[in-house]
Design a protein around this ligand. Structure first.
Ligand code: AMP
Length: 452
């Protein structure tokens, strides 16, 4: 009987097979077996968790939820795809629901995120789990109607999920009151720092009651975030998870001359299967131009870049999510907060400027245990950053040349002075060719970078 309830299985790191979509009559039994039962959530919240198909808490949830429920400050080192949203949303809802007392809706929880997409995602998770809890949440971000946000705030909300800039606008115009905030969450703090939001965050934090719980999540811990944490967190518990990206991602470098990248991209796409592919470019212009070029080669593509209106961005994202567009070309800023499961390949058409950005980009694939490939095109100028990325990953990345691609005049000299005893590129090519017909791009290993 129970077996049929486990008909739909999905996997999550560290939690084995998990049932989703079980029938309501089995909910109570399954809930008792569920790893979430140990947190003694409010019955309504427990029901919502069960309906969402969550059975076993992910490692970050297991670590963070008990502390978050106790009201302790948390410093969470976790990247996207680990289940960190529920790790803060669930305890936050539990605490708000348990101290409801029939009060009119006043803002008691504030979640700050770097992008509107991420804010929307957190909002969706919050709405899913808040069903029947009589808690209202609202999003606040730029590029959307100020009036509508003001009206939502006037009607009363318990939880605000905001991007820093627009929240400051509301604070200045006194259209929001943060005097009753009990919980503050700073999500993807390192991204907010990258985007220049730290001064805005400091101003927002200064306007909050000092007696509050604060949870700060970040995938990486640059010095400025360390300093911010020391300023905003009080005796935090550190919750740390998989500092590197999830193990199911395989990384490869593709040395190529700058002007031949598009040709190589088209060649790789031929063998990349039909799964969703996210391609990163350095500039907005390049994202749009490539989307057009690759569409002309017969692929369903879209570009996601900062010049688009909110509607256009949403259309591109929805189309990518639904499979209408197989390949999405994006810049880093535009891609933040993209939550699309099953992305099979991340292709760094342009290598990112920092190792932190690399970790963020590849965090978009292999979400929730699925495996993924991260390909990075490298030119002769990228040696330094490749070394940084390898350091961050704690391993060197395989360099690949494709034997089916004509490199004549397009290859790139990455290591002018090969170390003594190092094999030549040509020899490597002949020795490491994969057997043909295995469905993967045939490739050769290449050890052309000089390593210090
Ligand atoms: P996040 O890192 O919060 O963006 O979550 C990544 C994905 O994992 C999302 O699609 C979540 O719905 C899913 N997820 C999070 N926690 C669980 C869980 N305990 N069981 C199953 N799926 C989960």
């Amino acid at each position: 009987m129970l077996g049929s309830a486990f008909a739909h299985l999905r996997r999550f790191p560290g939690s084995g097979h998990q049932p989703v979509g079980f029938t309501p009559c089995l909910n109570r039994h399954l809930w008792q077996m569920s790893g979430f039962a140990e947190f003694s959530f409010d019955a309504r919240l427990a029901r919502n968790i069960a309906h969402a198909g969550y059975v076993t808490p992910t490692p970050i949830q297991k670590q963070a939820i008990p502390h978050a429920l106790a009201g302790t400050d948390i410093l969470g080192l976790a990247q996207t795809g680990t289940g960190k949203t529920a790790a803060f949303v669930l305890p936050l809802l539990q605490r708000l629901a348990s101290r409801d007392g029939g009060k009119p809706h006043v803002v008691r929880a504030l979640v700050i995120a770097p992008t509107r997409e991420l804010a929307e995602q957190i909002h969706q998770v919050t709405t899913t789990f808040a069903k029947e809890l009589r808690l209202k949440s609202a999003t606040i971000y730029g590029g959307a109607s100020m009036n509508r946000q003001v009206s939502a705030l006037r009607h009363g909300v318990d939880i605000i999920i905001a991007c820093p800039g627009r929240l400051l606008d509301h604070m200045q115009q006194k259209t929001v009151s943060l005097a009753h905030v009990e919980t503050l969450v700073l999500d993807e703090a390192d991204q907010m720092f990258d985007m220049g939001f730290l001064p805005a965050i400091r101003r927002i934090v200064a306007a909050l009651p000092t007696a509050r719980q604060t949870m700060l999540f970040s995938a990486t811990m640059p010095e400025d975030i360390r300093k911010l944490s020391a300023q905003v967190l009080k005796s935090p518990v550190k919750v740390e998870l998989e500092r590197g990206p999830v193990a199911t991602i395989s990384h490869a470098l593709y040395p190529i001359a700058q002007e031949s990248k598009t040709e190589l991209l088209l060649h790789i796409l031929r063998d990349a299967g039909t799964g969703p592919i996210l391609v990163f470019t350095k500039t907005k212009h390049k994202a749009s131009r490539l989307a057009d070029q690759v569409a002309r080669a017969g692929y369903a593509t879209a570009a996601l870049q900062g010049n688009l209106s909110q509607n256009q961005r949403q259309r591109a994202l929805d189309g990518f999510r639904s499979g209408k567009f197989q390949i999405l070309f994006a810049t880093d800023i535009a891609a933040r907060g993209i939550d699309v499961d099953n992305i099979s390949h991340i292709i760094n058409y342009d290598i990112p400027a920092t190792s932190e950005t690399y970790i963020h980009r590849i965090g978009r694939t292999a979400r929730a245990t699925k495996s993924g490939d991260a390909y990075t095109f490298v030119t002769g100028e990228d040696k330094g950053i490749v070394r940084d990325i390898e350091k961050a990953l704690g391993k060197s990345i395989e360099k690949r040349l494709l034997d089916t691609f004509d490199y004549k005049g397009k290859s790139v000299v990455l290591s002018p002075a090969a170390a003594p005893g190092q094999q030549t590129q040509k020899r490597q090519m002949s020795e490491n060719t994969r057997p043909k017909g295995d469905g993967k791009p045939r490739r050769k290993r290449f050890h052309g970078f000089s390593r210090s």
